[in-house]
Write a protein that binds this ligand. Structure first.
Ligand code: BGC
Length: 732
């Protein structure tokens, strides 16, 4: 009898466990979602739709359903903050690897490196127990004043799409969700909670949305973050057009929509228009420590509305499904690894990506690479010693270490001196993180220049490392730059250094283009980025030729601010008047604008980047002279390394539609390939063109169309360096 009841008990328990489908990691996710949903009370359902702390949302403790831990993003895993506050919690085990800021990743033009980046970041997230990384960001580079451009992937929708997809795939291969941000039209920080974007459907679909669409459809992003700004008068976090019509309707997104921190403003809209997870309400994302989670728009007001019959259970369940799906993909994903932090592999990846991101803009007389001999190298500039993982807003990181440019150079050369040259003033302390940087200098600005010039006269070569930094009004969240020029008197300093020593290398560290009034006087210019933990080593790898530079610009360096089309329409174009910003520049952003202004010659074009070797292009061919709508043509070109060093370069394909019913850009990037060549080696690069690559968005018909007629395929080394142009026809 005893034995029988024991058997019965075992059988009943087994039945109960097997019936708990949601706990079975082998069961299909949709079955787990439905099972969990069927067991949850009304209150439990509402509870999982909003934050319980600064960065976490609750699960259902009673059912063993785990909550979600979010983390910034996008360049490393943010240190632990207090439960209810932005200030860091003071943990001693949360120092991370910083990977290059996303402008740098985009400058590699290497999708394989983007995958590696995501994968390594996912491992760090796993070790820290984080389920969702708040990134990557793919807002298009519309103005060089945008304080957050450094977190994004440049001006071209195709390049950004190609780089964001593998980042997401690499990250999510670790069971950690990407949260692609800031969807959408968040192209400035001035008045970021208040401005409403007026943009044509054409520019929206051709320029501002493609990288998000690719992130969702090709990358399979598990979550997306609504931005702070408004579009058509509605906040993006609960915007009927962006979320309901486009994201869910047109693209079939099955992930969760997360609000930016403090980006939700209204329960009716949040319920109706597709917000699933609400965070940071009544904070502005950088200040204000609100703790009233029950009063969030998707908390008690939503619950009361359901009880009073104003909202439906179907509306609630749709959101709960999206959040449960995210939970089963991440925090209750049993195949997720345990992760690691600052492993040798992560460090190597950070250095490799950072080195491949560095762009050699100019190199007259082959001043670079520097010799590793005993020559006297003078390093000048604050950015040679400044920590760049500190500041900048939510992407700030607490790193285990950060190699500065000066340290990187010192590691490779014996005879290195340093002069400050200028100062940006006080060090940054954000979120109560103080690394004890010593940036004060009692000297006057003119004395600092005089001292640097004197040292420059005695040096064999001068390496100036300056640019922007992560302070407010530089490259920093929640504020935009106030001018296009370099701050802190750097132009004057650079000119003085150039007069003192003709062997001057200028290294610009930034996430944005800057004016270069001294360009003609300086023989070598290098663009580098907020390149993470290994920034200094990666820069030195390039300066001394251990890595042959192969980065290419992901955005145009115009001569003057006025040359950017966003700045040609007065305050209405940027930063807006009465909370309205008009994108009159329309589809003509970056090189799309430069191309059609005959007189406008950028300082450095989109896609530009030199190497220590040289490449020649020959034998451009096209497979046929015409194609049908279901056909293809192939273009190819032979690229030869004609120099003495191995090197990489990115071959770019731009397409032109010379005659069309709507105005089109002179040319648009449609494919690229990064190749590596040994000295003397030749490779044939091939691109296949199909009809989808010839389309534009016809807003009157709300449809992508390719019109029959002539097209031109340009194979190029940069937007201003076309190597071959091949004509073909699209037949009716
Ligand atoms: C930023 C987001 C960030 C969030 C959480 C907001 O202020 O706009 O990018 O992920 O804060 O830190």
């Amino acid at each position: 009898m005893k034995r029988l009841s024991l058997l019965l008990f075992v059988a009943m328990s087994a039945a109960m466990i097997s019936a708990q489908l949601y706990l079975n990691p082998q069961a299909p996710i949709e079955d787990r979602v439905e099972d969990a949903l069927s067991r949850m009370t009304l209150q439990e359902k509402v509870a999982i739709l909003h934050a319980q702390s600064k960065f976490s949302s609750p699960g259902v403790a009673r059912l063993g359903i785990r909550g979600l831990w979010m983390t910034d993003g996008p360049h490393g895993i943010r240190p632990e903050v207090m439960w209810d506050e932005w200030n860091q919690a003071g943990w001693t085990n949360d120092s991370c690897t910083a990977f290059p800021a996303l402008t740098g990743l985009a400058a590699t033009w290497d999708p394989q490196l983007a995958y590696l980046y995501g994968q390594m970041l996912g491992e760090e997230a796993n070790y820290r127990g984080k389920d969702v990384v708040l990134g990557p960001g793919v807002n298009i580079y519309r103005t060089p004043l945008n304080g957050r451009n450094f977190e994004y992937m440049g001006e071209d929708p195709y390049l950004a799409s190609q780089m964001v997809v593998p980042y997401i795939q690499g990250l999510q291969s670790q069971g950690v969700a990407a949260c692609v941000k800031h969807y959408a039209l968040n192209n400035q920080e001035v008045n970021r909670h208040g401005y409403n974007v007026n943009v044509s459907d054409r520019a929206l679909y051709e320029i501002y949305l493609p990288a998000y669409k690719a992130a969702v459809q090709q990358g399979g992003a598990w979550s997306i973050m609504g931005s702070y700004n408004l579009y058509k008068g509605q906040h993006a976090c609960h915007n009927q057009y962006l979320l309901r019509d486009i994201l869910r309707g047109e693209w079939g997104f099955d992930g969760a929509v997360v609000s930016d921190w403090g980006g939700a403003h209204d329960t009716d809209e949040a319920v109706a228009n597709g917000l699933d997870l609400e965070f940071g309400t009544w904070t502005n994302g950088t200040t204000s420590n609100n703790k009233e989670y029950d009063n969030y728009f998707l908390a008690d007001p939503f619950l009361r509305g359901i009880q009073e019959g104003r909202y439906t259970m179907a509306q609630l369940d749709a959101k709960v499904r999206n959040v449960l799906r995210l939970i089963f993909r991440t925090s209750m994903n049993a195949s997720r690894g345990f992760g690691s932090m600052v492993s040798a592999e992560h460090v190597a990846a950070a250095r490799r990506i950072a080195a491949d991101a560095v762009v050699l803009l100019k190199n007259e007389g082959s001043l670079l690479p520097l010799a590793k001999d005993n020559s006297r190298i003078l390093v000048v500039g604050e950015n040679a010693i400044k920590m760049m993982t500190v500041g900048g807003g939510s992407s700030q990181l607490k790193v285990k270490y950060e190699v500065s440019p000066l340290q990187g150079i010192q590691a490779k050369a014996a005879n290195v001196q340093y002069e400050r040259g200028y100062t940006s003033g006080e060090k940054i302390i954000q979120d109560a993180i103080d690394f004890g940087e010593q940036l004060d200098d009692p000297r006057s600005p003119s004395q600092m220049i005089a001292d640097a010039v004197e040292a420059a006269c005695r040096a064999d070569v001068v390496v100036f490392v300056g640019g922007l930094n992560k302070k407010p009004h530089q490259d920093c969240e929640d504020s935009d730059r106030e001018s296009y020029g370099l701050p802190y008197g750097q132009d004057e300093l650079i000119s003085a250094l150039a007069a003192a020593n003709s062997r001057l290398v200028v290294v610009n560290v930034s996430g944005n283009a800057v004016a270069m009034p001294w360009l003609q006087k300086v023989p070598a210019v290098v663009q580098t980025w907020y390149n993470g933990s290994e920034a200094g080593n990666a820069l030195a790898d390039v300066l001394f030729g251990d890595v042959n530079p192969s980065g290419k610009l992901p955005f145009t360096f115009m001569q003057r601010l006025e040359d950017y089309p966003a700045h040609q329409y007065g305050a209405e174009g940027y930063p807006g008047v009465d909370n309205q910003v008009y994108y009159r520049d329309d589809i003509f952003v970056g090189y799309r604008h430069a191309d059609r202004q005959k007189k406008l010659k950028p300082l450095f074009a989109f896609g530009h980047g030199l190497s220590y070797t040289t490449f020649s292009y020959a034998n451009a061919t096209i497979s046929k002279k015409s194609m049908t709508y279901d056909g293809k043509v192939e273009v190819s070109i032979d690229v030869t390394n004609t120099g003495a060093r191995a090197g990489k370069t990115t071959v770019q394909l731009y397409l032109s539609d010379p005659k069309s019913s709507l105005p089109r850009p002179v040319k648009e990037l449609k494919a690229f390939e990064k190749i590596e060549l040994q000295p003397g080696q030749t490779k044939t690069v091939r691109f296949t063109i199909d009809e989808t690559m010839l389309r534009f968005f016809d807003d009157a018909r709300h449809q992508w169309v390719a019109e029959p007629g002539d097209f031109v395929a340009h194979i190029a080394a940069a937007a201003d360096d076309i190597k071959a142009s091949l004509r073909f026809k699209l037949e009716k």
